[in-house]
Design a protein around this ligand. Structure first.
Ligand SMILES: Cc1cc2nc3c(=O)[nH]c(=O)nc-3n(C[C@H](O)[C@H](O)[C@H](O)COP(=O)(O)O)c2cc1C
Length: 314
């Protein structure tokens, strides 16, 4: 028997596999056994009602998906009265993803959503900070620190900070989130991109730019998980292009304690249970008694970081 249980950011999970925010919904219950998942992560909830971005909202690329959904949200009352009761009937803990345009907005939403049935809060700080220059909170260490610190004061629930990959030094952002009291980091959200229709000369997305997700982003996010794992002591949840048990193993080896699966579920709705089964088989094949033996076990000679920087620049 392989032990798949992990503890991550204040939660005990039966296994390390959970959905990525916004790529999972209640209707999937008809296709997979929800009780098999490590946790649930909701679509990002905002205080205000939001209709989202103009269409088209998604465009396929060679090895991934571009989306500019724009976080349509039915608001907090819908979350409390409809979303929450639905998940109560299942065993895995529910992680509520939240977002706001200001530091105080994040803090008051974190407080409001800290109700029985919510096991942890995932702060999607990849959204614009309207009090500063409109850059995403997680692009700037000081905005990250301010938002996480106020949320930390506003809730006793485990607090996960979901970082954006669209920043120059993600390790610095990770350290800021840890210093401000985050219990775990989710690394990461989508990579900014765009696609153009060469017949109409128009952008393929109504929003012009969007977030790139799926297999093509895995090497980039894997590298960021590795960098964050070296920078902080709090656990990391890897998220980016995971479509197989092998992908999940790579993330665990790089230092993630758990993983989130997003775009892969659109292609194979049963991707998550398949990955969970594959992790058990992988551990059996490698004579591992527990999945946690993989976390951060990357076999690497210490390299001079200045050399790494130069190789990256070549
Ligand atoms: C259609 C779509 C909607 C998404 N909505 C959200 C969201 O509401 N909140 C959030 O934090 N991330 C959202 N994401 C980002 C995913 O949670 C995840 O970070 C990203 O897709 C990378 O993982 P993947 O390559 O496995 O898809 C969304 C992604 C997609 C494709």
């Amino acid at each position: 028997m392989v032990e798949l249980a992990v503890t991550v950011g204040g939660l005990s999970l039966a296994n390390p596999v959970m959905p990525a925010s916004g790529t999972f919904a209640e209707g999937l219950e008809r296709v997979i056994d929800f009780d098999r998942l490590g946790a649930f992560v909701t679509k990002t909830v905002t205080r205000e009602l939001r209709i989202g971005n103009p269409t088209p909202r998604v465009a396929e690329t060679q090895a991934g998906l571009l989306n500019a959904i724009g976080i349509p949200s039915k608001g907090v009352p819908y979350f409390l009265h409809d979303t929450l009761p639905f998940y109560r009937k299942f065993a895995p803990p529910l992680v509520a993803s939240i977002s706001a345009p200001t530091v105080e907005g994040f803090a008051s939403l974190a407080a409001e959503i800290s109700v029985p049935g919510v096991a942890a809060i995932e702060a999607n700080i990849s959204c614009p900070n309207l009090e500063e220059d409109g850059k995403a909170f997680a692009m700037v260490a000081s905005s990250t620190e301010a938002a996480v610190r106020r949320m930390r004061e506003a809730t006793k629930l485990p607090l996960w900070a979901k970082l954006t990959p669209n920043t120059g030094d993600i390790a610095e952002i990770a350290r800021a989130a840890e210093a401000a009291g985050a219990d775990a980091l989710v690394v990461a959200n989508a990579i900014l991109g765009m696609a153009i229709d060469i017949e109409s000369w128009r952008p393929q997305l109504g929003n012009i730019t969007g977030g790139l997700t799926g297999p093509c982003i895995k090497p980039v996010i894997l590298r960021q998980v590795w960098q964050c794992a070296r920078a902080v002591k709090i656990p990391i949840i890897g998220c980016g292009g995971i479509a197989s048990a092998g992908d999940a193993v790579e993330y665990l080896l790089a230092g993630a304690s758990a993983v989130q699966v997003g775009t892969a579920t659109f292609i194979h709705p049963t991707a998550m249970p398949t990955i969970i089964d594959g992790l058990t088989r992988y551990c059996e094949r490698h004579n591992l008694e527990r999945i946690t033996d993989l976390v951060g076990a990357l076999n690497v000679e210490e390299v001079d970081q200045e050399d790494v920087a130069w190789v990256g620049a070549a």
